[in-house]
Design a protein around this ligand. Structure first.
Ligand SMILES: [Zn+2]
Length: 608
């Protein structure tokens, strides 16, 4: 144990540099101010590299650090010599860094949350991944596994260590499988990407973690920019491979300035750390595991009897459901979810702005929340792709659902979308495949799943978030196989026949509750959720906590079996003896008559 070295605060080893030149903006910075700010330029925000020792001092609670000695293996397996013997290079790196190798492993706490961390030091042969580094990273994974503590990997590397040949290549596989074992055990893994993280490190443990946090401006990639430019002879886009570029392209979850790292990580660890033996929520009365309709519970406010819902023309619900002032998914999250961390990206190509996903607490219970996101203004709507997710959006949702399954967190989905994005790019990227995959993933999630259609529930794009144990909808929401206007255009040959189609399709809460498509209806304030968003949020909170209280005590096989049974029965002949209640189908609505206004018709035309 050599814990004493790590107790140094970063400013303590500033050395004698009173003034230095920022690598970002080339301005002179006063050294002490720079150090006090965590080695971040106060002028331009450039984040300078930290040594492993500085990083540990910056991240972990001051008196919590316990450095773990890791074996230095395979000192020079190939007796490698380039312009200098490898053994000489190692000796110099040890002398100049004071470290035995390029990574420091430590136990500690971040704002009280326990963590096992492995921190790479770029000064040590460019943070290269040799056998000793791979061994230390794997060792950190194994400690985290044994002690069931979240793992934090802080990466800084140019790639594999050439001087160790194929042995260094094997470290990628060794570390990757160690992360895989943590996945199987349900232990949270987080990486903090610092500048630069490339090659074999980027293509193994750095990007295999549950949550990838990056410092502003940090570059991450497999091939370096110079190699790419020389190979393909193209000019690279500005900001190529930076954290900001990678956030937009779905690779990193979030960017955190250095000053915010401790609270950001502590919030994440606080919510996502699996606690074995945590007392489940007290089950509600009258609970029935396989009863997908849900028992009636006092206090959750959910309406389960269609007769209690206003009998009105479904077109009224269509108009109300589309009001721009209705609370969006992020509005509901803001009102209901504490300690919220939004996760970004499908880890492949994009971060769909029409899909929001993350973790937080609902009434103290850690949950994953996923939902489609519209907006209240034309600008917001355009930026959010009108709430119509791309395939990347559905893949992001699936990724976060799998994370929920790994961590044992309930999944809540909030649905308000006209449908999945219809477009060339969406088709090229496999929109149909992405939706289909979500249906299968959701059906098998070993955690409670509650879906709420809060506005528009448009077709497969909505169902891709709605394969749940409890499917609820808000009183003025709609849920439909096709938009009424789309149906009208095809079957009536007249898009203006939307109201007639809405009635025929029975898209409103009363009809869908009667048919058993939804299990309950969340009441809305008089005049609609947009009239009193806080009251709407309160009603949603009561409905969600009620559903979770029913579902949380159930074990994973029971949850999956009940969910599959819920969807298995649709379109199945009623069993003899009438054990299952036959869906009550209300009488078809007449075409919109006297109550139909010019505004209705205008709406229908506009929407078509
Ligand atoms: Zn600067």
């Amino acid at each position: 144990m050599t814990a004493s070295a790590t107790r140094q605060r970063p400013e303590a080893d500033l050395g004698t540099a009173e003034w230095l030149v920022c690598d970002g903006c080339r301005r002179m910075i006063y050294g002490r101010r720079f150090a006090r700010g965590g080695h971040v330029c106060p002028e331009c925000g450039w984040h300078a590299r930290l040594t492993a020792t500085q990083r540990i001092a910056l991240l972990l609670d001051e008196d919590s650090v316990e450095v773990v000695d890791t074996p230095v293996t395979a000192a020079d397996p190939l007796q490698f010599v380039d312009t200098r013997p490898y053994a000489d290079r190692l000796r110099s790196a040890r002398a100049s860094t004071g470290l035995p190798e390029g990574v420091v492993v430590a136990r500690g706490r971040i704002e009280g949350a326990p963590v096992v961390t492995a921190v790479m030091d770029f000064r040590f042969l460019g943070g290269s991944l040799g056998a000793a580094v791979g061994e230390a990273i794997t060792g950190a994974c194994e400690i985290a596994l044994r002690e069931r503590t979240p793992l934090l990997l802080v990466t800084a590397s140019g790639g594999a260590r050439m001087q160790e040949g194929a042995l260094s290549l094997m470290q990628m596989a060794k570390t990757a499988q160690a992360i895989g074992q943590l996945d199987e055990a349900g232990i949270l893994t987080v990486s903090l990407i610092t500048d630069p993280t490339f090659g074999g490190v980027a293509a193994s443990f750095a990007t295999l973690t549950d949550v990838i946090v990056a410092e502003p401006g940090a570059r991450l990639g497999f091939a370096g920019a110079r190699v790419i430019e020389q190979t393909i002879r193209q000019t690279l886009p500005p900001g190529f491979q930076t954290a900001e570029f990678l956030l937009a392209h779905g690779v990193v979850d979030l960017i955190s300035p250095r000053a915010q790292l401790r609270p950001t990580l502590a919030r994440l660890f606080g919510v996502a750390t699996r606690r074995p033996g945590t007392a489940p929520v007290t089950p509600g009365d009258g609970r029935g595991a396989g009863d997908s309709r849900g028992a009636s519970h006092g206090g959750d406010g959910v309406v389960r009897d269609p007769a209690r819902l206003a009998d009105r023309h479904p077109w009224e619900a269509v108009r109300l459901a589309r009001r721009l002032g209705r609370p969006s998914t992020l509005d509901y999250i803001g009102a209901l979810v504490e300690d919220w961390t939004e996760l970004h990206g499908d880890r492949a190509a994009t971060d769909c702005p029409a899909m929001v996903a993350g973790l937080g607490r609902l009434d103290g219970t850690p949950v994953v929340v996923i939902g489609t996101q519209k907006g209240h203004t034309a600008t917001e709507l355009a930026a959010r792709s009108y709430g119509m997710p791309s395939p990347g959006g559905y893949r992001k949702a699936a990724r976060v659902m799998r994370l929920a399954a790994k961590l044992g967190l309930p999944v809540i989905t909030l649905i308000d979308t006209a449908g999945a994005h219809p477009g060339i790019e969406a088709e090229q990227n496999g929109q149909a495949v992405a939706i289909a995959e979500n249906l299968r993933v959701m059906a098998g999630l070993p955690v409670p799943v509650v879906a709420v259609v809060t506005g528009e529930g448009g077709s497969g794009g909505a169902l891709a978030l709605a394969v749940a144990n409890r499917v609820l909808m808000c009183a003025n929401a709609i849920y439909s196989v096709i938009s009424p206007e789309g149906c009208a255009a095809i079957l009536w040959k007249d898009p203006a026949a939307g109201p007639d189609a809405a009635a025929a399709l029975r898209v409103d809460a009363r009809a869908l509750l009667a048919a058993g498509i939804v299990d309950g209806v969340v009441p809305e304030p008089d005049g609609g959720a947009d009239v009193d968003p806080l009251a709407a949020a309160d009603a949603l909170r009561a409905a969600l906590t009620g559903a979770l209280a029913e579902l949380t005590p159930l074990d994973p096989p029971t949850l999956v079996t009940a969910r599959r049974a819920r969807f298995r029965r649709f379109g199945t002949p009623a069993p003899a003896g009438g054990a299952a209640p036959a869906p009550v189908v209300p009488a078809a609505r007449p075409p919109l008559g006297a109550g139909r206004t010019h505004a209705d018709l205008d709406d229908a035309r506009r929407a078509s």
